[in-house]
Design a protein around this ligand. Sequence first.
Ligand SMILES: [Ca+2]
Ligand SMILES: [Ca+2]
Length: 556
Amino acid sequence: MICLLFSASSLFSASPVDTHGALKVSGNQIVGSKDNQPVQVAGMSLYWSVWGGERYYNADLVNWLVDDWNITLIRCAMAVEPRSTNGQQGYLADPEGQKSLLKKVIDAAIARGIYVIVDWHDHNANANVNQAKTFFAEMAQTYSSTPNIIWEIWNEPDNTGGSGDKGADTWNDIKSYANQVIPVIREHSSNLIIVGTPFWAQNVDEAADDPLSGTNIAYTLHFYAGSHGEKLRAKADAALGKGAALFITEFGLSIADGGNTDKTVYTNEGKAWLDWADQKGISWANWSIMDKDESSAALVPGALAAGNWNSGNISQSGQWIRERLKSRKVYDFDPIPEDTLKLPGRVEAEKFSSKSEGLQTETTSDAGGGENLGYTTPGSWAEYEIFVSRGGTYTASLRVATESEGGTVTLKINGASVGSWNVGNTGGWQEWTTTSVSSEFSLQSGPAALRVEWSGSGSSLVNLNWIEFQAVTSVVNHAGSLAGNRIRLLGKQPGSIVVELSADAEKVSLFSLSGSLLKSFKARPGKVKLPLGKGVHLLRIENRSGEYISVPVIGY
Ligand SMILES: [Ca+2]
Ligand SMILES: [Ca+2]
């Protein structure tokens, strides 16, 4: 009756970063500092953090790519230029804004235990050395002992602004830049540093012939499958042969312009490249998470910034890359951190985005501390920007206190009332009680507007500390095809259970009773041992069509 999977070798391991530790260069390979074994990580590059790409710089996006695309790596392509063109401001024009975007992604990557590339996304880094030094000094200090971080100091040297033929950025230009920026990073961080190579990060052989001094330095290899093939791989093989470690921080399944002109996806050529990278153990990030009308973009125009995509939101390139990523090793990613504005979960009353005049926050003496909303009068309101992580059926309840006759508190989501409570005197303005649970209502996944309204006849109504939204998960089959012994509980011991999954199981997720996602795993048929904390949890098994069943499991 209970379900889960188990295979003799546990499916479950630690997160990528917990497993391998900080990445480091050993000869021409990248290894984990924990085990000194070669590590190949793979994932997605975000688009430039301007021109619309910036909207994908958020934690929900990272969480979605971890849980739905199985990424172990994400790259932040932080725009350095433009200074300000049509209002688009890269780091040179708006350092604080760009750092703030970057940190959202970095912090989410750290929370889930994946690797993150901090990319100075610039074709002319040698013109901005001082700004690069300032930036990397600050970032390296902030993330000095963070194993997740990988530094990429010059995205793509190109054929402008350098000292070579017709302005080409030469290897000497790059070395000169690197020798100024790397020491700044090394003051605070010993993490992997990836250095760009000449000719749009293709002339890796030049770097291999004349490597930088210092340790833990790899070189960038970029390719676009529709334009580059065997010849560039031969060049990369030569560089490896000379002892250089390579990292594909960016590649596309398109031609070199990103697929802007021919709109074609070159999957056969892409497969040859990634098979080669697998064979050599070279890590990669695919260009790019963007919904632009070009064939390298992973998304189609209008795809949500927070993930939650269906197949119609993902481009041909994105679908192919996602399958490739999903076929890779699955780790036990760290859980999504609690977010008070994410449903299911608790919305703290003081986290409003706007409110009526007169309504005030005050320190609460309720369990858990924090603040509550007080000074409510008839007509008071507060609004919240919430995010529904999982669409489905929900209930809500309130944490309230009042010393007056009280009043009515109503919840609305996207304008529709989902619950209303008449709250009477609780014995004091800080004497807290939890209301009854509302009737069930359904919510679609994605962003939503929550509004709380107070009404009544008194001059002072009801203090509010928080609103709890619970997902209603019924212990029923959600699809006939899932009926039967799809999941079988085989054994239980403190801290874990052993289950057996049927062949069509694709994903196993463990939720807290309040509906928070604790862990999500790729399922494999057979016996599987799952870690399970004390208390009641909900286990959900999903098949390839997205049909699922949920069952309660109790850990002890
Ligand atoms: Ca240049
Ligand atoms: Ca509160």
